[in-house]
Design a protein around this ligand. Structure first.
Ligand code: MN
Length: 474
């Protein structure tokens, strides 16, 4: 049993350990235990039964100030986990430069008629909220939107409540928002795959024969996914520039970032069943910015035949706010034309790509940041629906909180390359920084920051920042 004392209220709430079984939860959620064989655990995934995404109305305005250019408009309301010095982690949503505490909203009764229990909002991850599936998390975001709208006085006019539910983002600590069970990294940008193929293999055969027939991916390491702001220690390992020499050991000399966006899943189907491209959206909660830190020299020596290993698993940084797929709906766009035609299980209908502007900056200690890449999520050849369909076509099960990263997102121009490997073309074209120094890879004490946002019809839906500073090898 653990205990939390309310910071500003008189109320003292005793909470039981959060190890409560899903079956004890109440509400509309399916109560079938996880071991109930092939009984579907999610009952509300059918499109026909889904409610409207009222929170996306571009006309909505909030009574909470949202500065011009803010990533966190009322049409966004991304989810995160925050804590203050005096209280346990709570679920929250971002609005402008504030966040709204969902636990406080729950205690005050503002989440009434939604299935979430109080302990779902007093959690160090969003997994409990996400375990209720697409429909319920959509309803939750719609409710938060309603409470923040200028034309809804329910919360706005109760100043003593407002004081308890709103926090300044710069006065709290944001935590890793998810318990990531499994992490998969795809390789879905054609420009990136082609650039890397040209550098490391035969330029005439830059893409391997399978590349245009499947979204190639590998299983990554979930334990080393860290929240923005976490220092990354330069990894050590084996390197060998040639197959004809002996390997050396030491700190990587080619530390790189990879500009990626990852999606996170709800519970999928039982082992043995597949998710189709048409069903995929209903199993995706939202997205985060993702820096797949890479040690190129370690990677090059180790990656054949089983793929990336120690060159990748020392750390991956994600942004603190999970932007829901619902919030990104208005930003759907056409994907690349896929030629040759893909196998039937990878075919899809409708717009499955998203127009999300992305950028990467490098800031040396005591100097200005230099933007080294501007790209866009829409450049991906393989979309999320295809990635999820491919991932599950063999019956592989996915679980609530799984993270699937896009792979480095490079665009068609030199300015849109998504890794230093490509930007400085394997070290041959150094980048000149604002302070006059040059980079071919990342130096100790450099801070790498990724940003991303979508914008349309005066509505901006952004991700905030995904940032990490590199420290010297131990
Ligand atoms: Mn990657």
């Amino acid at each position: 049993m653990r205990e939390e004392k309310e910071e500003r209220g008189a109320q003292v709430i005793i909470l039981f350990s959060l190890a409560a079984l899903p079956a004890f939860r109440t509400g509309r959620r399916c109560l079938c235990p996880a071991w109930a064989g092939d009984t579907p655990r999610i009952h509300s995934q059918k499109k026909s039964g889904m409610s409207e995404i009222k929170a996306n109305d571009p006309k909505l305005k909030s009574w909470v100030d949202v500065p011009a250019g803010s990533d966190f408009s009322i049409q966004n309301l991304p989810f995160g986990i925050f804590r203050t010095e005096s209280q346990l982690p709570h679920v929250c949503c971002a609005i402008g430069e504030k966040l709204i505490d969902l636990k406080a909203l729950h205690v005050m009764g503002y989440l009434e008629n939604l299935p979430f229990a109080l302990e779902d909002t007093v959690s160090d991850s969003l997994n409990r909220i996400m375990s209720y599936g697409k429909q319920n998390t959509r309803d939750l975001r719609n409710r938060v939107s309603k409470l923040l709208r200028t034309d809804m006085p329910d919360l706005r006019e109760k100043e003593h409540h407002v004081r308890q539910v709103l926090f300044n983002q710069n006065e709290v600590q944001m935590l890793l928002p998810l318990k990531v069970g499994d992490y998969t990294d795809f390789y879905s940008s054609e420009d990136h795959a082609r650039n890397v193929g040209m550098m490391f293999r035969d330029p005439a055969k830059a893409l391997l024969p399978n590349w245009k027939h499947m979204p190639v991916g590998y299983h990554g390491r979930a334990s080393s996914i860290v929240i923005s702001g976490t220092e990354i220690i330069r990894p050590k390992g084996q390197m060998n520039a040639s197959d004809d020499t002996l390997p050396t050991f030491g700190p990587t000399k080619q530390l790189d970032f990879e500009l990626e966006v990852a999606f996170v899943t709800f519970d999928g189907k039982p082992l043995g069943q597949s998710i189709s491209t048409a069903e995929a959206d209903d199993f995706i909660f939202g997205m985060v910015l993702f820096n797949d830190w890479s040690a190129r020299d370690i990677q090059r020596w180790e990656y054949v035949p089983l793929g990336p290993f120690l060159g990748k698993n020392f750390g991956s940084t994600i942004s603190p706010w999970v932007v829901t797929l619902d919030a990104l709906e208005p930003f759907r766009t056409e994907g690349a034309k896929q030629d040759p035609e893909v196998l039937p299980y990878l075919r899809y209908e409708g717009q499955k790509n998203f127009d999300i502007n992305l950028e990467v900056g490098i800031k040396p200690t005591g100097a200005e940041e230099t933007i080294v890449a501007r790209s866009n999520y829409k450049y991906l050849y393989w979309n999320m629906a295809q990635q999820l369909a491919h991932h599950t076509v063999n019956g592989c099960n996915i679980r609530c909180g799984d993270m699937m990263a896009s792979g480095t997102i490079s665009g068609p121009t030199e300015g849109s390359r998504g890794s230093m490997l490509e930007i400085a073309w394997k070290g041959t074209q150094p980048v000149v920084m604002q302070d006059g120094s040059t980079r071919t890879f990342i130096n100790d004490d450099d801070r790498v920051t990724m940003r991303g946002y979508a914008e349309k019809d005066g509505v901006r839906v952004g991700f905030g920042q995904c940032s990490g500073e590199v420290r010297a090898a131990l």
